[in-house]
Design a binder for this molecule. Structure first.
Ligand SMILES: [Zn+2]
Length: 103
């Protein structure tokens, strides 16, 4: 069975072990993602997940924040323009904790 990595919902009704093959959002997740900027918690240590980018592995935690929230919290951050342009950003666990994002 093909599942959505982000919410674990099935994407088809095939028999077998739930597996994900890519980081495409399902339609439910896409609705959430469209509300703002996605922050994906990642680690540089291989954790069994497929790399989402070279040497970056999602931990499974992610959150969507509004553009206004992101601008407020990260206003001095050099990566902000890219995050706003790409509509997503990657964040390591340490920074995640610093910003008190949900666990
Ligand atoms: Zn999903």
């Amino acid at each position: 069975m093909n599942i959505c990595f982000w919410c674990k919902r099935p994407k088809d009704d095939k028999e077998g072990e739930p597996e994900y093959f890519d980081y495409e959002y399902c339609s439910e997740c896409q609705k959430e993602v469209d509300k703002g900027i996605v922050i994906v918690q990642t680690t540089e240590t291989s954790n069994g997940n497929l790399p989402i980018k070279t040497d970056l592995y999602p931990t499974g935690k992610w959150v969507v924040v509004t553009v206004d929230e992101l601008k407020k919290v990260l206003k001095d951050w050099v990566g902000l323009p890219d995050a706003l342009k790409n509509r997503h950003m990657f964040m390591n666990e340490q920074t995640w904790k610093t910003f008190k994002l949900p666990n």
